[in-house]
Write a protein that binds this ligand. Sequence first.
Ligand SMILES: C[S@@+](CC[C@H](N)C(=O)[O-])C[C@H]1O[C@@H](n2cnc3c(N)ncnc32)[C@H](O)[C@@H]1O
Length: 263
Amino acid sequence: MAPGWERWRAQLEEALSPVREWLIGEIALRPGDTVLELSAGPGDTGFAAAAIVGERGRLISTDFSPDMVEVARRRGAELGLQNVDYRVIDAERIELDADSVDGVLCQSGYMLMADPATALSETRRVLRPGGRVAFSVWGAPERNPWASIAGRIIVDRGQMPPPEPGAPGVFSMASEERTRALSEAAGFSAVRTQEIPVLLAFRDLDEYERWITEVGGQLAMVVRGLPEEERQAVMSQLKEAFAPFVADGRYELPGVALGTVGR
Ligand SMILES: C[S@@+](CC[C@H](N)C(=O)[O-])C[C@H]1O[C@@H](n2cnc3c(N)ncnc32)[C@H](O)[C@@H]1O
């Protein structure tokens, strides 16, 4: 998905700015801190933190996909950032010393991991005592039509199996109880969660289709592989389902992220 995420980076950065701002506010970094971003994708959330920790501080921008790390490296260079290390790191096996970072950011990452419990324990291990994790996952499917409607149509048409409960996926940590329980079981205390509304806007259905097939993970792979007739059938169902979201001549699809902070 890395080329797609690079192509759509600016739109995603804008649409997800409420999430990024919440995470950056809650992680409460100070100049000179070392901050780790997990599953950074194109890296923008960590780059906002790099500006706060400043020249004396350091951002370790990471993703387990080497191609994504290169996308972030190019973006960081474009921004002229000097205080960033780029590393390929699997969040389930973080190759950093215990107690070595002051804060950890992870936007839209843990819910896609095979074992978020281990990833959160690893996060707690590398954090200094008192250091905060600030992360976001996606809330309930019915509150995130930008992803759930297309997913439901594809499942209903038998093109993809329904998600197994708890299996990695966009909505696997949508339950506030599950996210809180996973965080506390990993050793985090003072866990707080908050809903963060976002809006994803698309000029037309063509633009939505291009976006979902370029950034949409498993869904993207399925849509890319559909025979032309089936693709058209999916798009016409989508057009009908998206009708309530037409505003100002475009589609405005709402979403709700679940922000979580713990120490
Ligand atoms: C939905 S993207 C989010 C990217 C970015 N944080 C953002 O919000 O724009 C999810 C990212 O998680 C990464 N990822 C998934 N599983 C991972 C793991 N176990 N360790 C590290 N990164 C992982 C993927 O490579 C992908 O870049």
